[in-house]
Design a binder for this molecule. Structure first.
Ligand code: HEM
Length: 434
């Protein structure tokens, strides 16, 4: 007979509340629930009572074995209202069709063509840095990631519109972040509606222009051209572009800003990664691009950063039928969350899970589903190869050119659309000589 999923007792709830207040973020409370209730438990907030699952076995159940019994699409979620029929919120045939269509433009063989764009976009932003100002890396990494994304996947340049669209981009990210919508369903606030409208105008204009240019341009292998050539209508193309724009830049922004924060807070790792870059590439931007495979410590830093602060720290699903996992009943219609954050800090699977130890990734791969920063199974991250190349290149190029010193050390994970370092990652920068 299956058992009901455990819920926190008042004492556990109190300890979770204390952890939340002490650490300043709800994930600390989640860790208390996990420690005291195990790998499957239910959160109990007014109007929001999802089942949370953690650990490699639970992740494998949601992502692989039981995946046909879960739905990705939840009509109530702002992310569905925003992305409408974007690949991220579609199920079944429609999802598989869109994914097949878009996968080639993110495939490994396309990546070589993106390296120049990534280096140039990084340099374009870092050229504006002034030594007497301490830029916030959360903002700077977003600028770079937006340039890279639009230039590579849309063959379009957002530079001239960046300042005009900036607030709208932050607006839609706030719209899909956890918030009161979880307990109280209502129509989007007017400010969110305006943000969506402005981004829509930008995207529809870009689609319209590309339809006109398509006859004359030579390279039609980018994502936008692919979607037009496949015969999708403007609305469906807009949904995919917006999906990629948000999923493809907000994640890299978080990964890069966390990595810079962690390096700033761990001088030994910082010196080691810098020495590796200097040895392999010196000051040469081309060498950075060509020698990525020779920088294992840089790779380890990014993997450890993704382990401690996975930009997408959970996957949300709806149970399509009654399910049973590890003796627990999961009734049809329940929201199920698989927690990447808890899995990647699971004390049974990681030693010293709370510590930043990049060396743990050297010469080894973590057991499957212990580390799942890009999800897993057939609906893993479609942009994983792109995102990894991009973050390696950007980080290497910045460290190659600048000395960085972390100013704000009291940083906590903020649950936005991704897990962001807040209040930000302000760093004192100095151009390196030579
Ligand atoms: C550091 C960067 C990134 C991280 C950590 C990341 C993480 C993830 C994760 C964990 C998932 C699965 C979510 C789930 O199971 O519910 C996912 C899916 C997805 N990601 Fe990424 N991502 C990154 C970069 C990108 C990039 C660069 C793009 C596009 C250019 C992208 C587009 C997508 C899309 C469209 C999906 C949905 C795939 C599907 O449902 O078939 N991501 N990502």
């Amino acid at each position: 007979m299956s058992r009901p999923v455990p819920t926190p007792s008042p004492e556990t709830g109190l300890r979770a509340l204390r952890a939340l207040v002490k650490e300043g973020h709800p994930l600390a409370a989640m860790q208390v629930f996990h420690r005291e209730l195990g790998d499957v438990f239910r959160i109990q907030l007014p109007g929001f009572t999802p089942i949370v699952m953690a650990g490699p076995e639970a992740a494998r159940f949601v992502l692989v074995q039981g995946r046909h019994d879960f739905r990705w699409r939840n009509e109530d979620d702002p992310v569905t209202q925003l992305l409408r029929h974007g690949v991220l919120v579609e199920d079944g045939e429609s999802h598989d069709y869109l994914r097949r269509l878009m996968a080639p433009s993110l495939h490994r063989h396309m990546l070589d063509g993106y390296t120049k764009i990534i280096i140039e976009s990084t340099d374009q932003v870092t050229r504006t840095w002034k030594p007497d100002r301490a830029p916030d890396m959360l903002i700077e990494m977003r600028k770079i990631a937006l340039l890279v994304l639009t230039r590579s996947l849309f063959q379009s340049d957002i530079s001239s519109e960046m300042s005009k669209l900036w607030d709208s981009i932050l607006g839609v990210i706030a719209f899909i972040s956890p918030g009161v919508w979880m307990i109280w369903r209502s129509a989007p606030r007017p400010s969110y509606r305006r943000a969506i409208q402005r981004l829509d105008q930008y995207l529809y204009r870009m689609i319209h222009l590309r339809r006109q240019e398509l006859e004359t341009i030579e390279n039609k292998s980018d994502l936008l051209s692919t979607l037009i050539l496949a015969g999708l209508d403007d609305n469906l193309i807009r949904d995919q572009l917006l999906t990629m724009l948000i999923a493809g830049h907000d994640t890299s922004t978080a990964l890069l800003s966390w990595s810079l924060y962690l390096l700033g807070a761990h001088p030994d790792a910082y010196q080691r990664v810098r020495m590796e870059i200097d040895t392999v590439a010196g000051g040469d931007p081309n060498a950075v691009a060509n020698c990525m495979g020779e920088m294992p410590f840089l790779q380890a830093v990014l993997e450890e950063s993704l382990r401690l602060y996975p930009p997408i720290h959970l996957g949300s699903r709806l149970a399509a039928v009654d399910l049973e996992y590890d003796g627990y009943l999961i009734p049809a219609g329940e929201r199920v969350i698989y927690s990447i954050y808890l899995t990647q800090r699971h004390p049974a699977h990681w030693s010293q899970p709370e510590l930043f130890i990049p060396e743990r990734h050297l010469g080894t791969h973590p057991a499957p589903y212990n580390w799942l920063a890009f999800g897993g199974g057939p609906r893993n991250c479609i942009g994983a190869a792109f995102g990894q190349l991009e973050s390696r290149l950007i980080l290497a190029r910045i460290l190659q050119q600048f000395d960085l010193r972390l100013l704000e050390k009291r940083v906590h994970p903020h649950m936005g659309a991704t897990l962001e370092p807040r209040p930000g990652v302000r760093m004192r920068i100095q151009q390196r000589s030579g």
